[in-house]
Design a protein around this ligand. Structure first.
Ligand code: HEC
Ligand SMILES: [Cu+2]
Length: 394
């Protein structure tokens, strides 16, 4: 700071100016510069238009306050009385038009660049659903769900909140740097919005629609974002985490992920031959329930009246027909928030969570459901459906 400034008041003004320019460097209050060429462009555009607005405000209010002060009544000022001055009207129409056009030209250029998804190196489909993201890499057979990883204890205030509270996930999206990545975005239920400020990407994901966006990241790093469209109860609990890596690291990750997926498939197949005891299934089921079901049906199984049914004491989870219970999880209930978990959980996981629901919170049915039961249910219903199709065709 310049110490030669005469009065403290000027000092304050100067400090404000200094912090104003550092403010544009990096600030919690300003837009981020981000880590892509587009985000830099968006940032520059934002600052340019902000400064134009400041200049306009300064000129307009300057003239206004000067005029009020200079031509005040106590000085004996008499108001001029004129109507329909064509000259003035032309001036106050033409000047704003020039300013607007001058702002629209760079803004349009940036917007057009943001929409241009051509010549991409890699395509990733992003699907939002209540309340998680699903990523599918085109041509790679790699796809996975990405869920909030913050523990319920932190959310409930029973544990110290971590550095990335509500901004951490189990499976981050992993992408290479310096490659043009095209995103195809859609939703399975309501409208969500995939937003990562560092990329200047914020796009609605709409059921039945596919929106496009793209990014090309300059620096390796971990970038975080959130769903930016109010999408229901756990809207604030579906963060986005992107790991941007050098090409080699990315390839290595991709190979590892493919192995992981293949292993999981092999394990799921093996699980069909295994008969587990209730003591084996309950802890697994409890964990899955906490991670995947409690957000709606609540940890105590009581649900939320009017929105999510209670599982504790529910007829579906306590009486005879276990397939009716399995159906809720495998098929979902169409038109409601109860989605199909057939592709989100393995047969063993579904078996565990069904067993858990049938024996927790005083549901004590003693029923034990095995992975093979889930598999049998899937095969049966599939067969019935194709039977129906063939009958309909006759
Ligand atoms: C996004 C919210 C949501 C999530 C997450 C969710 N459910 Fe549901 N679930 C519902 C809703 C809503 C219904 C009621 C559907 C209807 O109208 O029949 C329901 C119904 C059910 C029922 C039938 C209850 C009854 O008595 O009718 C069962 C069983 C069930 N869910 C199990 C699960 C399991 C297991 C999970 C986790 C793997 C889960 N749900 C996750 C919203 C959810
Ligand atoms: Cu959302």
């Amino acid at each position: 700071m310049n110490t030669s400034l005469a009065t403290p008041r000027v000092g304050v003004a100067a400090t404000t100016l200094v912090s104003f320019s550092t403010f544009s460097q990096s600030s919690d209050y300003n837009l981020t510069r981000g880590v892509t060429a587009i985000s830099q462009e968006v940032y520059d555009l934002h600052m340019l238009i902000f400064y134009i607005c400041c200049a306009i405000a300064l000129i307009v209010f300057g003239i206004m306050f000067y005029s009020i002060f200079r031509h005040r009544k106590s000085k004996g000022a008499v108001a001029a009385n004129f109507h329909e001055s064509t000259k003035v009207e032309v001036i106050w129409t033409v000047i704003p038009i020039i300013i607007l056009v001058a702002m629209a030209i760079p803004a349009t250029k940036t917007l057009v660049a943001m929409e241009d998804t051509s010549k991409s190196d890699l395509t990733i489909k992003i699907t939002g659903s209540q309340w998680k993201w699903h990523y599918a890499y085109f041509g790679e057979e790699v796809e996975f769900f990405s869920l909030l990883a913050t523990s319920q204890k932190q959310i409930d205030g029973l544990e110290q909140k971590g550095a990335h509270y509500l901004l951490e996930v189990d499976n981050p999206l992993v992408v290479p740097i310096d490659k043009k990545i095209r995103f195809l975005m859609t939703s399975d239920d309501v409208i969500h919005s995939w937003w990562v400020p560092d990329f200047a990407v914020k796009k609605d994901t709409i059921p039945g629609f596919i929106n496009e966006a793209w990014t090309k990241i300059d620096e390796p790093g971990v970038y975080r974002g959130q769903c930016a469209e109010l999408c229901g109860k756990a809207h604030g609990f579906m963060p986005i985490v992107v790991h941007a890596m050098e090409q080699d690291d990315y390839q290595q990750w991709l190979t590892g992920k493919k192995q992981e997926i293949a292993q999981a498939k092999a394990q799921a197949a093996k699980a069909l031959d295994v008969t587990l005891s209730i003591d084996d299934l309950m802890p697994v089921g409890e964990q899955i329930y906490a991670a995947r079901c409690a957000v709606c049906h609540q940890a105590n199984g009581q649900g939320i009246p009017g929105a999510f049914p209670a599982i504790a004491g529910s007829a579906v989870a306590t009486t005879g027909d276990i397939n009716a219970h399995i159906s809720k999880i495998v098929d979902g209930v169409s038109g409601t928030a109860m989605q199909s978990f057939a592709n989100q959980l393995t047969d063993k996981e579904i078996a565990a969570v069904v067993t858990y629901q049938r024996n927790a919170w005083g549901n004590d049915t003693g029923d034990v459901v095995q992975a093979s039961d889930i598999n049998a249910y899937k095969t049966d219903t599939h067969k019935t459906q194709s039977d129906k199709h063939s009958t309909a065709g006759e």
